[in-house]
Design a protein around this ligand. Structure first.
Ligand SMILES: Cc1ncc(COP(=O)(O)O)c(C=O)c1O
Length: 413
């Protein structure tokens, strides 16, 4: 009876007293959000930088959130301290010291909504100091350069090679600050060589330059313990940035920066001026999650999961696309693959989309000319999906061989 009542209420049945209940004649209602008309449905999306959101630790997060809601005194529901909730800064200081070798006390930490906001605060600080020339890794996350331009900074692209950022080129430039991803360069995946790390610190010491270290996915190193943060070697010259965007979920918008004392106060003031602080209950929940050991357990679990996915991707690429060159170390949640000679990056991306596989060209990340390649995110795809996706990608690449190629040798997958 309940089912009939419900179906009638929703209009699927017409029920009139004294006559039989019938299936209603329904005119199809257009979906509120029409599908893209000519788009190809994407079955396998190798979007870089996205963790597996399907395994977000809902129960554990709920427990921590619930502890936060129950535990915070009423006074803490007012605008909090400019640097963010004290309990999270304390917990992070311990975690970052233990896991990343970051030298920090709670006072050096400013909580924010992610690396993105930390970069905005730093841009404002650099402009206040009339130091607008920001060196940016080339290639890098394409947002960094765009963002610097929008903020009124002067981005200056400095090349990255197998050893990480070319610090010699940085030293020859007029940059007074530099954005780097030393533990796992984005997107190339290389680790900054120890010699270069030393040179970078020497550059900062000599010139008073500011090193902005984006430690976005350092928890995920699969073949050995990750190198420590550069910040740990020269805390007075480095502002360290990180967030839960890769470990938990970008949508949480929880991140932090660690700054030398002279800058931490100013960055906190800028944060307060910007938005009066990040949501307090989420900060307290993350503090609880860290202190309870849940965050470490989650990261360990994800490390195993992502390692298997990376292995599956490497094996599938080697099997289906002989001749591809893989860049970077076994780490993170994306991989750069250089296409075999003769293949055109754009043609491969387009042909893959026709086969319902979305891949992302390497060229969009670089200012200078890069070899044709793809940046493949693998964290949110199961190994079977990775295998299927790569098989389709290989078929797509094979179909493009000969189209717009630079090298006369055709590629046979
Ligand atoms: C290189 C790099 N840094 C940082 C982030 C994360 O930014 P946020 O912490 O604002 O989510 C990303 C996300 O895509 C990234 O690719």
């Amino acid at each position: 009876v309940d089912a009939y009542t419900q179906l009638a209420a929703e209009g699927y049945l017409s029920a009139r007293q004294g006559s039989a209940t019938r299936v209603a004649r329904i005119r199809p209602v257009p979906a509120s959000r029409p599908r893209a008309p000519a788009g190809h449905p994407v079955r396998f999306d190798f979007r870089p930088g996205v963790p597996d959101l399907g395994v977000f630790p809902r129960q554990a997060w709920l427990r921590s959130l619930s502890a936060a809601v129950r535990g915070v005194p009423a006074s803490q529901l007012l605008y909090g301290p400019a640097k963010g909730a004290g309990e999270l800064r304390e917990a992070l200081a311990g975690y970052l010291r233990r896991v990343r070798g970051v030298v920090a006390s709670a006072d050096d930490i400013v909580l924010c909504t992610g690396v993105a906001q930390a970069m905005h605060l730093l841009a404002a600080l650099l402009l206040e100091d009339r130091r607008p020339v920001l060196a940016v890794e080339d290639p890098s996350h394409f947002d960094v350069r765009e963002f610097a331009l929008r903020e009124g900074l002067r981005p200056l692209m400095v090349p990255v090679d197998e050893g990480g950022l070319d610090v010699g080129a940085l030293a020859r430039s007029e940059a007074t600050a530099v954005q780097v991803t030393p533990a796992h360069q984005f997107p190339m995946g290389v680790v900054m060589e120890p010699g270069r790390r030393g040179e970078l610190i020497a550059w900062a010491g000599r010139t008073g330059g500011l090193v902005i270290e984006d430690d976005y996915d350092a928890e995920f190193r699969y073949d050995r313990a990750p190198v420590g943060a550069v910040q740990g070697l020269a805390p007075e010259h480095v502002v360290y940035l990180s967030s839960v965007s890769k470990t938990l979920a970008p949508g949480l918008r929880l991140g932090w920066l660690v700054a030398p004392p002279r800058l931490a106060e100013r960055l906190a003031a800028l944060k307060r001026r910007n938005d009066l602080g990040s949501p307090v209950l989420d900060q307290v929940a993350l503090a609880h999650y860290l202190e309870s050991g849940g965050y470490d357990r989650h990261v360990r679990r994800m490390r195993l999961l992502y390692r298997r996915r990376r292995d599956a991707l490497v094996a599938a690429l080697r099997a289906s696309l002989p001749g591809v060159r893989l860049h970077g170390v076994a780490a993170g949640i994306h991989l750069v693959v250089e296409l075999p000679p003769g293949l055109d990056e754009n043609a491969v991306v387009t042909a893959a989309l026709r086969r319902s596989v979305r891949v992302y060209g390497l060229s969009r990340y670089g200012e200078r000319r890069l070899p044709p390649g793809l940046v493949l995110g693998y964290a949110s795809l199961a190994p079977s999906a990775i295998e299927e996706g790569v098989a389709l990608l290989a078929a797509a690449a094979g179909a493009t061989a000969g189209v717009g190629r630079a090298d006369p040798a055709p590629h046979r997958p």
